[in-house]
Design a binder for this molecule. Structure first.
Ligand SMILES: NC(=O)c1ccc[n+]([C@@H]2O[C@H](COP(=O)([O-])OP(=O)(O)OC[C@H]3O[C@@H](n4cnc5c(N)ncnc54)[C@H](OP(=O)(O)O)[C@@H]3O)[C@@H](O)[C@H]2O)c1
Length: 213
């Protein structure tokens, strides 16, 4: 399973508030969706937003859409549960039947083993997506899921757009958000490509992680 993290950040490394990317970045995101079989989103991003993971305005029937939560705290009124193919919701085993009852037939809730309290094994999540037919997965954030993907060593690549913006505020979310350093203290990335867009001021970066090397 090839797994790619995709995000847009400010120059100061923040990924919120939402909606600061250009139309060009939106097209870049939708192309990445079109080239992958599944999207995985952190529950925090679903609680703060209302994404549906459309491509050219449509919701492809055979593309998987998945959300991950350790708490089971999923807003039930989001558009992802109303339109398009039934999304998957990955949860710890002990909240599985409670959340399935709440969501009814609007989603498929899947129990996954925890590696620590409230933290699911992303390898098991990827294995489940593979069983459903996916060969690639786009991790669409936010920062805490991105951190887990790197910590659990399941991310092959990162697609990071740097927007020509600075917010300078600690309250906003970080691109990679966790408590301890991922490496000693850094993890090293290999730059595969770097494409500046002079019209929008954005820079499109493509990195490979150690997992791929
Ligand atoms: N700029 C961008 O490209 C971009 C992209 C996406 C999101 N965002 C922004 O990012 C912000 C949210 O980021 P965030 O870091 O707070 O949240 P997040 O990463 O979207 O979600 C974090 C939550 O996801 C669940 N989760 C993640 N990994 C898990 C694991 N291994 N096992 C179990 N649960 C797991 C947990 O849910 P529970 O708390 O339910 O246990 C965790 O608290 C929003 O403002 C959103 O707009 C920006």
């Amino acid at each position: 399973m090839k797994t790619t993290i995709i995000c847009i950040e400010t120059i100061c490394g923040k990924i919120s508030p939402a909606g600061f990317g250009s139309q060009k970045d939106r097209q870049f995101l939708e192309r990445a969706r079109a080239e992958t079989d599944a999207t995985l989103l952190g529950a925090g991003s679903l609680r703060e937003g209302n994404p549906e993971f459309r491509i050219d305005g449509a919701l492809p029937k055979n593309r998987l859409r998945a959300v991950i939560t350790g708490s089971g705290n999923i807003p039930l009124n989001r558009a992802i549960f109303k339109h398009g193919p039934k999304p998957l919701v990955f949860v710890p085993w002990d909240v599985c039947s409670m959340l399935q009852r709440k969501l009814g037939n609007r989603a498929e809730v899947i129990g996954i083993n925890e590696i620590s309290e409230g933290i699911l094994s992303l390898q098991d999540v990827m294995n489940h997506l593979k069983k459903c037919g996916a060969r690639s997965c786009l991790i669409e954030g936010g920062g805490r899921l991105n951190y887990q993907a790197l910590k659990q060593n399941i991310a092959d690549e990162l697609l990071v757009t740097i927007a020509p913006k600075i917010i300078g505020c600690t309250d906003e979310h970080d691109l990679i958000s966790g408590h301890s350093a991922l490496g000693q203290p850094f993890i090293d990335l290999e730059l595969l490509s770097c494409k500046p867009d002079l019209a929008t001021g954005e820079v499109f970066l493509h990195y490979r992680t150690a997992k791929r090397r």
